[in-house]
Structures are given as C-alpha cells and as structure tokens.
Design a protein around this ligand. Structure first.
Ligand code: GDP
Length: 446
C-alpha cells in the first residue's frame, strides 16, 4: 500500500543521507519534497503540514546540523515523527476485554467496508488465540442475506452466532443477543451493525439506539483504506455521533495510497487497532505504529534491528570483522562467529524479518536453505576443523572431510554444502564491503 510513498521518500532521504554537512536550506528543500510526497499519498493537508513543521523544527536544531551524520539524524527524526503521527510506539492497541461478561464489542461502518468479515476475523482470533468464548450477532435487517452471511462465517471460523429470528428490529436483536450471551456464559458478544452506502441520519440514529441498548465496551469502526480521505471523514462522523474506541483499517493489502492509514489517527484522535490484510479469516494484524513507519520508510524494522544488533554485537569484534570483510579475508572462523551471532539475534527468522526489503517469499526461500537446525550443524562442522583448516579451507581434501564428518556427526555432502556457502558469503561480503552505504555499514553503523 505504501510503495509509492516509500519510493518518493526514499529518493528524498537518500539525497540527504550521503551528505557530510547540511544547511537549513537543504532541510527546507527536502521538507518541501516530503510534504509533496505525503499529499500525493492522500494524507490530509493539516496533518501533512503539522508533520513537516515538527520535523523541520527538530531537524534544523543545532545538534543535528552540526553532527557528524546530519542526514541520518534527519531520517531518524522523520521516522520518529511518523511513529507519532500513527499514534506512538507505546500506544495500547489491544481490544479491551476488562469488563463484566459478556463484554460487548459493537462493529460499525459503511456497507462494503469489510465489517462482517472483520467481525468474524476478530471473533476467530479471540477464540483460538485468547481462548475466549465468543458469540456474534448480525443486526443488519436491511440487507436480506446479511444475517445469513455472518452465520456462515461463524460456522467456518468455529464461532457461535445468535439464532436468526425473522422480523425482529436491530434494537430487539441486540437485547436478545446480550441476554443470550449472558445465559450462555459467553465472554464476549460481537454486534455486527447494519451499514449503508453513505452516512445518513437513519443509520446514525439506528446505531445510536443499538449503542444505548447494548452498552458496548468497545466500538470499533471498520474503514476501507482504499477509500482514502473518505475513510477518514467517515471515521470522524461516526466518532462525533456514536463515539468510537478503535479503528479496523481493511484492505491494506490493496494498492491504496496510504493516506487513510497515515491521517486517520491524527484527524480523529482514535487509535487504529487492527489491519485487515486479505479476504481470508486469518488476514488480520495488530497495528504497530513503529512497524508501519519502518515499512513506509522502506527500512524494514530498522530501529529494532539497530537495537538488537547493539545488544548482541561486540563493537570491537564487529569493526575487526568489517575490516577483514572489506579485504576479502572472510574465513571459516568469521563464518562461525556470524552463525553464532545469528543465533543470538533470534535465528535466521529473527534476522531476516528485520532486514529492509526482505519480503515474505524471500524469507521462506532463505529459510528453506537455512533453518536453525542446519545452522547449529554448521557450527558443529566448523568446530571439528583444525585451526589451519578454518583459516584456509582450500586444504580440505577428501580424507580431511571424512574426519570432520565423523567428528561432527554429519556427512561429507553437508561439509561440501557449507564450503560452497562460505565461498558465496565471502564473495558477497567482499562486494558489500566495497559498496558505500551498503548493508554492512547499516548493520555496523560505519
Ligand atoms: P460489510 O458490508 O462491511 O460487512 O463487508 P464484508 O465483510 O461483506 O466485505 C466486503 C468484501 O470485502 C468481501 O468480499 C470481503 O472478503 C472483502 N474484504 C474484507 N476485508 C478485506 C481485507 O482486509 N482485504 C481484502 N482484500 N478484502 C477484504
């Protein structure tokens, strides 16, 4: 969803990154381009303006412009302010269930926004992950098949639904649902209210009546991110009239421009709690402002990576290793150190998940080659070698390989695979070492 914005911001910020010194004018110029990129992504004008003002005020501060890496600092400020705009890294976006059972969650939104689907997704997750007993009820008496649709989704998701009684009005159904959930010992009751194509007074009056009858603990507005600013307007109106405690933003898997996600929180003051990422029942994600900001800047979860690396990497060792890599002296001892480091950073999955530009497919491909068990065996192989063999793998002939296989409880084939991987890594390291601003310097801050 953020591809365009990511591209635009990437262009602007990479111009800053390489600079040794920045002037106020450089910052202003960059900010003008950032502002244009935000507006093109359909971010609300006042939100874009306030964002730029905040970034600018911090970026032209004395410490930043005079620092050794002003470009990097500005990028960090943009990142931090994006996180703020999205609601802050510490924001509690969980759905609160701290109330007397049955806790009522009322789902509201326009027709077609993904309300019924999201209701079932949330119910399914609370059932399987949180081990709660959930009942769902559809209050949509306008659309003939709406109640039936929720029942079918409930059957698919393994979640109970309130039996359908023909001819009842929304408020009656809501009251019956609360009673049924109480008698049935359910922890949570989810009410899927009716939607309309547009907001109208009829709809608002109906939803307000249901709210008063059912007294919901959470009111979640479901909004379609593809509708951009309209989604934000809808959220504002629902919040003003009904009171909304959280937003579920759907279709973020689509090719929307991101404006809804970016300005929703700032305009409405209501936190985005969940993202709908597909049609399937498990296509639901918790909203994390820092993750999304990282995605927008195309940096993966850079901040976590930098923090994690700082926790686990001994700076001295890292510098020495970076130096050796630049010279193309990456031997098997270095490789063993890298494998151990990877273990400390949560294995392959931990590292890959944090790297910029590593998508799901690449991650799966890499994991197929290198799961964590394989990584452990590779460590065992290397420690069965003599010092000379580790320094200079070329001496490894057939009889030496057999000895190592016996020593490490592996096969010669596996040793050959490891040697091939080492050669590939050595080549890659050499190439990365030469490349300024490449992965190595990102990791080691060089
Ligand atoms: P409602 O009228 O608001 O209840 O909307 P529905 O829940 O019936 O959803 C309308 C359509 O949008 C259905 O085809 C859903 O499968 C689809 N849908 C809902 N959420 C998402 C989402 O996050 N991503 C995608 N791609 N489709 C979704």
């Amino acid at each position: 969803m953020f591809e365009n914005l990511t591209g635009r911001l990437g262009d602007v910020l990479s111009k800053l990154k390489g600079r040794g010194a920045l002037s106020e004018k450089d910052v202003d110029e960059a900010m003008r381009e950032v502002r244009r990129a935000l507006l093109e992504a359909d971010v609300a004008l006042p939100v874009a303006k306030s964002f730029i003002d905040k970034v600018r005020a911090r970026a032209i501060g004395h410490e930043v412009l005079k620092s050794v890496t002003p470009g990097q600092q500005v990028i960090k400020i943009v990142h931090d302010e994006l996180v703020e705009m999205l609601g802050g890294a510490e924001a509690d976006t969980s759905i609160s269930l701290r109330a007397a059972a049955p806790v009522v969650i009322m789902m509201v939104g326009l027709q077609g926004s993904g309300k019924t689907t999201s209701t079932a997704k949330i119910a399914k997750r609370m059932t399987t992950r949180d081990k709660r007993r959930i009942m769902m009820a559809s209050l949509d008496t306008r659309r003939p098949a709406a109640q039936e649709q929720l029942k079918i989704l409930g059957e698919q998701a393994g979640v109970a639904t309130l039996p359908i009684v023909a001819g009842q009005q929304p408020v009656q159904i809501a009251k019956r649902a609360v009673e049924a959930a109480r008698l049935g010992g359910f922890d949570v009751l989810m009410l899927d209210t009716a939607g309309r194509i547009h907001i109208d007074e009829d709809l608002m009056a109906e939803v307000a009546q249901v709210r008063d009858a059912a007294n919901p603990h959470e009111t979640l507005l479901v909004a379609d991110s593809l509708t951009g600013q309209d989604a934000v307007n809808v959220a504002e109106q629902f919040n003003a009239r009904i009171g909304v405690t959280g937003i579920v933003l759907t279709r973020v898997d689509g090719d929307g421009r991101g404006g809804a996600a970016l300005s929703m929180r700032a305009v409405t003051g209501v936190p985005i709690k969940l993202l709908g990422t597909g049609e399937k029942m498990d296509a639901l994600e918790d909203f994390r402002a820092d993750r999304v900001a990282g995605r927008i800047l195309g940096m993966g979860d850079v901040v976590s990576l930098v923090e994690k690396a700082a926790e686990t990497i001994d700076a001295d060792k890292a510098n020495k290793m970076a130096e050796r890599m630049r010279k193309g002296q990456f031997d098997l001892d270095d490789m063993a150190e890298q494998l151990a480091q990877m273990g400390r950073m949560g294995g392959m999955k931990g590292v890959l998940g944090l790297l910029p530009g590593v998508g799901k497919a690449q991650m799966q491909a890499a994991q197929a080659h290198m799961d964590d068990k394989v990584v452990k065996r590779q460590g065992a192989i290397i420690s069965s070698m003599t010092k000379e063999e580790r320094r200079n793998p070329k001496v490894l002939n057939a009889s030496r390989k057999k000895r190592i296989a016996r020593g490490s409880g592996t096969e010669v084939q596996e040793i050959n695979r490891l040697l091939k991987m080492h050669r590939q890594m050595a080549d890659m390291m050499k190439a990365m070492g030469r490349q300024k601003g490449g992965m190595l310097s990102k990791l080691f801050g060089g």
